[in-house]
Design a protein around this ligand. Sequence first.
Ligand SMILES: C[S@@+](CC[C@H](N)C(=O)[O-])C[C@H]1O[C@@H](n2cnc3c(N)ncnc32)[C@H](O)[C@@H]1O
Length: 424
Amino acid sequence: MTLKQYNWKDGPDFIQQHSVAKHRILQAYLAAYFRTLVSSPNQDVLRLTLVDGFAGGGLYVHNDTRETVKGSPFIFLEATREADFLINKDRRKPVQLQVDYFFTEADRHAYMHLDKVLREAGYGDRIGNGIYIDHARFQDKADAIIEFIKKKSPKNGRSIFALDQYGYKDVPTQLMRKIFEALPRAEIILTFAVDSLMNFANDGEQLKDLLGNLGIPDIFGGRPVDEIKKSDRDWRLLLQSTVYRRLVENCGARHFTPFFIRNRGGHGDYWLIHMSQHHRARDVMTQVHWANNNYFIHYGGAGLDMFHMVGYDPAHDSAYLGQSALGFEFDDVARRASIAALNEHIPRRVYADDVGITFGELFATTCNSSPASAQIYRESVGKLLDEKVVEIVGADGTRRRSSAQIKDTDQIMPPPQRALFLVG
Ligand SMILES: C[S@@+](CC[C@H](N)C(=O)[O-])C[C@H]1O[C@@H](n2cnc3c(N)ncnc32)[C@H](O)[C@@H]1O
């Protein structure tokens, strides 16, 4: 299946609802990101670089409603403006948001269109001075952008890279690893057209070469893909989960949240993978999933050992279709299911060792494979505390009565009468 590509030669191109959903996620994430980063009243400056590696032409027309839809560069710029207003409106000491933007775009018409619409929107005097638009392939610009960020934020390299490629070939894992190695506080939001990749699986040799180019060679331990396809009824799921795991591992990101955007319009399903080096960043993205439950479907179980896939399906987009959402989503039902699953799994972790585990470590070491946010972990631990399945002890030795104020350093421990609880 070939992907329909946008064309900005004659002005804004049409955009489908499933791509608008992607924009909403980006928007919600940026708002939450700024809120989280600027939480200290004493902070006076925030240095950040926002990179849109596959920027597009800036404007679209909605395929169904014919309304104008702003592209990702505008979402980045407007997210900062809104954050600036919200953060500073009640502060005595304002925080200065020092944000630079890199928009790279390989297609000449798209690049020219983006430049034009940004100027028309009043950004002209910032182009070349904080807003850098390049007619280039992201792969060819990445080193220069990394160097810019290192110079601007030598300590942490704070940055977000949106890598919204059409398919799956343009961002090899080596490139993402380079970003994480150079910039400890970088985050990447990667689009990966998993369905198109799966269609390549019709030809085992081709798939192998392709994965090799992405930096994930010999993924199936020498087993030919054709053999896997013959022997395994769920080969698509197996290929997807293996590719997914190796992709995030090879990028060198400690934390990630995948979700799945399902497109019934014929472009194929794709992943939107958020990768970061810090569990808090991962938690912020997870909260975005929970807060935007009209746009996500969650596939799989809700516990710590599930195969986790989170998805968007236009048929379930109630805001768009005006009907109630169906299926397992980031809603109250999912929340209760997640707490119930954590209530089973957390004691196993806690009881594995007499001293238990700190809340911070529990979350950091298990969150990648759970749809739960830190708040849901907290509620689950609170329930276990009420049921006397665990004890929570602060760093100073005090026993907690509730989990509401649980700190990362608090130890979750088996209670003295541990026989009461049977580990399954
Ligand atoms: C999916 S569209 C991006 C849409 C845009 N991020 C948005 O949300 O409005 C992908 C864009 O990447 C451009 N592109 C393709 N290969 C590229 C590359 N190697 N580097 C930079 N841009 C590329 C395409 O011309 C296209 O405009």
